[in-house]
Ligand binder design. Sequence first.
Ligand code: FES
Ligand code: FES
Length: 183
Amino acid sequence: MDTEIIVHVDGAARRLTVDTRTTLLDALRERLGVTSPKKGCDHGQCGACTVLSDGRRVLSCLTLAVTQDGARVTTAEGLAAESTAPDGGLHPVQQAFIDCDAFQCGYCTPGQVVSAVGMLQEFARGWPSAVTGGAGEPGLDGSEIAERMSGNLCRCAAYVNIVPAIQQAAAASERAAGTEVAG
Ligand code: FES
Ligand code: FES
């Protein structure tokens, strides 16, 4: 059965007719030409297909496109538009991945970057993870980041640089927030 939907992808309204069994990943890649979400496993195991749907992380290979009618979907290609950098450049997470050399082949990187953006927003809202201790504010240490990013696999094992990249991006966001408050 075919259904017409409108999905707002990286800020642009995209109308398309999809079979109700079509995944969001296939709709993005095969129908709309948005290829930054990668098909690593197509089974919800690797995180390479991660996108934000209305600001929350989802695995696009396990998400039916019809459920995204009217949703705001952000891929790695659209993150720069949400950048808080004064010059409108890369998103702080993208810049941190470059600065920290947090990739090798780069196949997992769009999913890692999008997932990190979603994860930092979850952390800022105070959502606990499985390793968050009981008392006080959790810090964004290596354990927290590893747990919160555990859905994103990297076959090149670039984790040793991904973790500091996320910490750098978090620090940059905190500085930017402080500047906004001070300003
Ligand atoms: Fe979606 Fe691997 S392609 S989790
Ligand atoms: Fe190669 Fe992660 S950089 S899979």
